[in-house]
Design a protein around this ligand. Structure first.
Ligand code: MEV
Length: 424
């Protein structure tokens, strides 16, 4: 059982003022005074740091950073930072995580962090012979690849295997080599690309063909993560809701139009955590959607079912190519801090937390969709923005929000009318 200090279960977190949320987070994650100050300072990335990251810098753009509370993952409580511009996402993740805390909480596992580098070979005179030469030279090719990153090899990673595929394309037959690299705690794009580029001239010689592309694949189907949860039907609102969630999932699994939106809901959680720790979220999106279509039919990344007791069981399996060394995660001050808040010391741990959040997020969306709809939650925050714009301050904000929601007409003119009336 987590001690109070370690527990992620914080009741009424959403009602607290920002300063109180910062001090609770700071206490639980043992942040330094400087780190605590960074949280309240609106962005955390200096212009010089930004200028070192990309080209033609003229500024930075800040996102809201929230904490998803209540997550228990493999028996460990975690506060999860999420950066996102969309309302209701952090609240939904926290609410669902609360229902998933039983026993060890959300159970997660992951494969070894193996990424695939692709080498495309064209114009091969004798493809059988080319493949034979590659297979015979495999050990030397792997050795050459590993010489490119001795640090990775020292930490137990490195090139593991070379596989080949022959594909028929509109530009003719091609030999595609897959270099499998265990990237340990790195996302691995730099290492894998360097290795593939280094192997290219040798592959030219061995195949008598011409290497064209040498690049990582974002369909990281050898770097998978799996999250599983269990929610009691009474906690969810009864067996009818369980049945409806399963029916909503079946819709997504059968229909790509719905699956795209269903998976977008999962990615709301995954990408929000990815942004908080400065991961390459485009790579994650690409991998997730390609994996969802791996058998030629785009479908749901998750699966929801009812067990013999009428309770809900959820599973999410997806690629999760994330790293905590060698990327921006270590140099971006807020990303570093977010990693500390989560208590993450391995890339696999981060990947597993992200899958757990994706699964909770998915249930949050489905639960809302099968009951009150998702506009309800969105509209409350919208109402809050409207009453503040209409001049409400302090205690009056809550009262005006209630009145505006109650009126059922969540518009600016109505907000103005209510605020004026309440101000007397
Ligand atoms: C909105 O950002 C995400 C949802 O559309 C996901 C879903 O429909 O499952 C609510």
């Amino acid at each position: 059982m987590a001690s109070d200090k370690e527990s992620s279960r914080i009741s009424g977190f959403y009602k607290m003022p920002v300063e109180k949320r910062i001090s609770i987070t700071s206490e639980k994650a043992a942040l330094t005074t400087e780190e605590e100050r960074l949280l309240g300072s609106g962005g955390g990335l200096g212009i010089e740091e930004a200028d070192r990251m990309i080209e033609n810098v003229i500024g930075t753009i800040a996102y809201p950073l929230g904490i998803a509370a209540n997550f228990r993952i493999n028996g460990k409580d975690r506060l999860v930072p999420m950066a996102i511009e969309e309302p209701s996402v952090v609240a939904a993740a926290s609410n669902m995580a609360r229902l998933m805390r039983g026993d060890e909480g959300i159970r997660v596992t992951s494969t070894d962090p193996v990424m695939i580098g692709q080498i495309q070979v064209l114009d091969i005179p004798d493809i059988e012979n080319a493949m034979k030469n590659i297979i015979e030279a495999k050990a030397e090719l792997l050795e050459l690849a590993n010489q490119q990153d001795p640090v990775l090899v020292r930490f137990g990673g490195g090139a593991r295997d070379i596989q080949h595929r022959i594909i028929q394309t509109e530009a003719g037959e091609m030999l595609i080599l897959h270099l499998l690299v265990d990237c340990r705690d790195a996302m691995g794009a730099n290492t894998v690309n360097t290795m593939c580029e280094t192997l290219a001239p040798v592959v030219n010689e061995l195949t008598g063909g011409r290497v064209l592309l040498r690049i990582i694949s974002n369909l990281a189907d050898k770097r998978l993560v799996r999250a599983e949860c269990f929610v009691k039907s009474e906690d969810l609102g009864g067996e009818k809701i369980v049945d409806d969630v399963v029916a909503a999932w079946a819709f997504a699994n059968a229909d790509p139009y719905r699956a795209a939106t269903h998976n977008k809901g999962i990615m709301n959680g995954v990408v929000a955590v990815a942004l908080a720790v400065a991961q390459d979220h485009r790579a994650l999106e690409a991998g997730a959607h390609a994996y969802a279509a791996r058998d030629g039919h785009y479908s749901s990344l998750s699966k929801w079912s009812k067990d013999d007791n009428g309770d809900l069981v959820g599973v999410l399996e997806m690629p999760m190519a994330v790293g905590i060394v060698g990327g921006v995660t270590r140099t971006h001050p807020t990303a570093r801090l977010a990693l500390k808040v989560m208590g993450v010391s391995k890339a696999a741990e981060l990947a597993e937390i992200m899958a757990a959040v994706g699964l909770a997020q998915n249930l949050g969306a489905l639960r809302a969709l099968v009951s009150e709809g998702i506009q309800h939650g969105h509209m409350r925050l919208h109402a809050r923005n409207l009453v503040v714009m209409a001049g409400a301050e302090g205690d009056l904000i809550g009262k005006a929000v209630e009145a505006l929601v109650e009126s059922g007409e969540i518009r600016f003119d109505k907000a103005q009318e209510i605020v004026k009336r309440l101000k007397g």
